[in-house]
Design a protein around this ligand. Structure first.
Ligand SMILES: [Zn+2]
Length: 173
């Protein structure tokens, strides 16, 4: 993804809570390797059960606050697939997050969308990992490119699905 400024990333969070509160950026913001990322994800430094996810959607920095579900047991099983990078990981490496839908309408604010994402929001590490390649597999750079396209498309679709409620409310007004 393209590099973004601190203000751009902060301003991208559509569903911040409380409304208008300041988004805390990660301490490693200056070291971000933007070209390796398809979304920027981090934990709130002072509220670790909160996470933020920001991506470029049609040239616009778009992002969400996510709240991790504390009940990991709900995931069950041994391995779980991340909905964004589509990698299977150990159950504790994937967490269930809830994204409150951004809306001025109080009733709409109660609505959330759940998603399973890599616990450390580190899908980028997975999509850049080297698989065991067989003789008929495509070259590594093609595999990584295809993984990244999938990750990007699913991230944009997720961001759009959460913010669609906001658009429809605005559309009616
Ligand atoms: Zn992932």
């Amino acid at each position: 993804m393209r590099a973004m400024s601190r203000d751009e990333v902060r301003g991208a969070i559509a569903n911040r809570e409380p409304v208008g509160s300041r988004v805390r950026l990660p301490s490693w913001f200056d070291e971000i390797a933007w070209d390796k990322l398809d979304y920027l994800g981090w934990r709130d430094p002072r509220a670790p059960m909160r996470a933020y996810l920001v991506a470029d959607v049609d040239g616009v920095a778009t992002g969400l606050l996510l709240r991790q579900n504390p009940n990991q047991a709900e995931l069950g099983g041994r391995s779980v697939m991340c909905s964004l990078c589509h990698f299977m990981r150990r159950f504790n490496e994937v967490a269930l997050f809830a994204a409150p839908r951004p809306s001025a309408d109080k009733r709409q604010r109660l609505s959330t969308l759940g998603i399973l994402v890599c616990t450390d929001l580190d899908c980028a590490t997975k999509v850049h990992s080297t698989p065991l390649l067989g003789p008929y597999d495509p070259p590594l750079d093609e595999i990584i490119q295809s993984r990244r396209e999938g990750l990007r498309a699913r991230t944009v679709a997720f961001l759009r699905s959460v913010s669609s409620a906001q658009r429809s409310v605005r559309g009616r007004g």
